[in-house]
Design a protein around this ligand. Structure first.
Ligand code: SF4
Length: 257
């Protein structure tokens, strides 16, 4: 089924969820590009394992132009290498979004280059300027964005649904891997020869900006290496990209990235 933008709003979430209820992850990806239109749905990739699996599914569905990434100016070398390797492997160009230079300059002038270590508020300001604002501009043109969120990733993601209404950005969020385990992600990557970020081989299950991400120790939470200096119980370990997704119909609430 195909939808016109005017016909779709957050009230449709239950019927959309019913449509994908029994679909596999790659079927959900194909469904999304067909239901929302290939020009109006895109994957936001951070080149972590989940996003690489979704990239492979999107390419195989024929949607070769529907992948973008946020270059915050603080990406690890390995992530930039993964970007290059992915473009080469699939012979695609991935759209790279960057923060407004003026906004970054002003923030650094006021708070210094390492403001994120000083307080949660300053860390969130940096995430807002470097990630959320450029993302906002991109999402304005879409009806749905595809993300690699999984319930298993953290306590704040345990309610993630395959389809959510993203209240922050005013569009649908599709999480085709919502019910996948870490093993399923890696099985997919290996079976399909998908290029992956080499930080995963160095103990990074979750990958973000270089100054804000470290490797995790055995037994630690998947996202323990993100903003590791902040108290684990002192608020969610999220950057604002997925802060307010929720399902207004039904009682599902996603407090999640
Ligand atoms: S993860 Fe760190 S460096 Fe990246 S945008 Fe957020 S605070 Fe800034």
């Amino acid at each position: 089924m195909s939808y016109e933008k005017a016909d779709m709003n957050k009230k449709d979430i239950e019927s959309l969820r019913n449509e994908v209820k029994n679909k596999s992850a790659d079927e959900t990806v194909r469904w999304a590009t067909s239901a929302f239109g290939a020009d109006f749905v895109a994957l936001a990739s951070s080149f972590g394992a989940e996003d690489q699996a979704l990239t492979d599914m999107l390419i195989k569905s024929g949607a070769r132009k529907n992948i973008f990434t946020l270059d915050t100016g603080h990406l690890p070398r390995e992530t930039l290498d993964a970007l290059e390797a992915t473009q080469k492997h699939y012979a695609i160009i991935i759209e790279v979004l960057r923060p407004a230079a003026v906004a970054v300059e002003e923030m650094v002038k006021l708070h210094g280059p390492d403001l994120f270590y000083e307080s949660v508020e300053k860390r969130k300001l940096c995430c807002r300027v470097r990630k959320v604002e450029p993302l906002e501009k991109k999402l304005k043109h879409l009806k749905a964005w595809i993300c690699g969120l999984r319930r298993e990733q953290s306590a704040v993601r345990e309610q993630v649904q395959k389809i959510e209404w993203d209240e922050s950005f005013g569009l649908f969020k599709i999480n085709p891997l919502a019910d996948w385990t870490t093993s399923e992600v890696w099985d997919y990557i290996q079976k399909n020869n998908v290029p992956y970020n080499k930080l995963h081989d160095k103990g990074y299950p979750s990958i973000g900006c270089a100054p804000c991400t470290r490797a995790v120790k055995p037994g630690e939470d998947i996202r323990a290496g993100r903003w590791w200096w902040e108290r684990a119980d002192g608020g969610n370990k999220e950057c604002g990209l997925h802060a307010k997704s929720e399902a207004p119909v039904g009682n599902v609430e996603n407090k999640s990235e």
